[in-house]
Design a protein around this ligand. Structure first.
Ligand code: ASP
Ligand code: MG
Length: 408
């Protein structure tokens, strides 16, 4: 007997028929002798509908009231799924976040889980009940309803699996696993049987939207066995997210090509090359709570240097605004920027022990005449900033250059 947490996303519970389908799947696992916890999202489109409704009333909805309202989406699904399970002759009981007691901080609309009281769930499970928990929501110390940020049900699933010490956390979604890249861009993209946590974090933060990134961090921290699978297929083992120190796992050199076009680039030209300049430029950006991604500073020449960095595209104009007085103050020559860029990354833990990965990537782009604007590397990835209009081409040729379409 195993204790399994299954999380079902919005499309998986998008209609009464699909909810009944989910109930049938849970019933199969239950009848195979396992204990089951189901974490569910709101029915697809519901969270967006509710958010739009709030904005019809208040241009910038009050965060506390927004959480009260938007958490109702998941509350509907837990009740419907419990009914569907009962209809199949199973014992089932629904829980909102505050009924479980998923305690969070008070950061409305992006709260963080502090602790989970699993005693009631454990009692129900031991009585043979399927426990159905609302994803995405919690309660703070003062009893206010909170939510965990878009996609937060993944994090609820993983956090419950950690709290209950579950044997596995299965994330059911509308794709059958994690792919080497987006199959809409590269039809030959292949589902990975396994991917390490580090790689998954890179793939998730770089724009592969399979899992909320916080849930991956959580699973890594608490060593939750996490699997992504399709709720529309009867069979299939999906993608298992593994630990690099798990010796039984064979590590491929490169696992995937991630990409994102949500960034913008800013360059400050002719900056006096002296101590404290990076701090003077980036300090005010950090103070404005804006995340900086890549940073490049050139070798100085004639006492001057150039300084470039990237930020999220939605912060672009704000950053230009912040930099105007800064550039004048440090007597920089000019501030340039562009938001028509894309970042393409080659990701793989295996590159640690393989030379030549970077040169293969650069040669591949050169052969296509794609100009590289910025490069940054870590132990397990190489990220390259290019003109947005070449993004899909770059992803395709890199995917091919690293042989990712070949089954391993
Ligand atoms: N319903 C929430 C959302 O759409 C949470 C989730 O589905 O994970 O973001
Ligand atoms: Mg999701």
């Amino acid at each position: 007997m195993a204790l399994i947490v299954q999380k079902y996303g919005g499309t998986s519970v998008g209609s009464p028929e699909r909810i009944k389908n989910v109930a049938r799947r849970i019933a199969r696992w239950k009848r195979a002798g396992h204990q089951l916890v189901a974490v569910v999202s709101a029915m697809s489109g519901e969270t967006n509908r509710l958010l739009a409704l709030a904005r019809d009333i208040q241009a910038h909805p009050d965060p506390r009231e927004l959480d009260v309202m938007v958490s109702t989406g998941e509350q509907v699904t837990i009740a419907l799924l419990s009914m569907a399970l009962m209809d199949l002759g199973l014992k089932a009981r629904s829980y909102t976040g505050s009924q479980v007691k998923i305690l969070t901080d008070s950061g409305h609309t992006r709260a963080r889980i502090v602790s989970i009281d699993e005693a009631n769930l454990r009692r129900d499970l031991n009585e043979g009940c399927v426990v159905v928990v609302a994803g995405f929501q919690g309660v703070d110390e003062a009893g206010n309803i909170t939510t965990l940020g878009r996609g937060g049900s993944d994090t609820t699933g993983v956090a419950l699996a950690a709290a209950l010490n579950a044997d596995e956390c299965q994330i059911y979604t509308d794709v059958d696993g994690v792919y080497t890249t987006d199959p809409r861009i590269v039809p030959e993209a292949r589902r990975l049987n396994t991917i390490t946590f580090e790689e998954m974090l890179e793939m998730a933060s770089l724009g592969s939207k399979v899992l909320q990134i916080r849930s991956v961090e959580f699973a890594g921290k608490y060593r939750v066995k996490l699997r992504v699978l399709s709720s529309f297929e009867e069979e299939g083992t999906g993608t298992l997210i593994t630990f690099e120190d798990d010796k039984e796992m064979e590590q491929a050199t490169i696992s995937g090509i991630a990409f994102n076009h949500d960034e913008a680039k800013i360059t400050i030209l002719g900056v006096p090359d002296r101590p404290g300049i990076a701090y003077q430029i980036l300090g005010p950006i950090g103070d404005a709570d804006i995340d900086v991604d890549m940073i490049v500073q050139n070798v100085g020449h004639d006492g001057l240097t150039d300084f470039s960095f990237t930020v999220h595209r939605s912060d672009y104009l704000k950053v230009l605004e912040i930099l105007k007085p800064v550039a004048a103050h440090i007597k920089a020559r000019e501030v340039q920027g562009g938001d028509k860029i894309a970042k393409v990354s080659v990701v793989g833990v295996g590159m640690r022990s393989h030379a030549g990965i970077a040169s293969t990537a650069f040669r591949t782009l050169a052969e296509e005449g794609i100009n590289i604007q910025m490069i940054s590397t870590s132990e397990i990835k190489i990220s390259i900033v290019i003109d947005e209009k070449y993004m899909e081409l770059a992803v395709r040729v890199l995917h091919k250059a690293f042989g990712l379409e070949q089954p391993t």
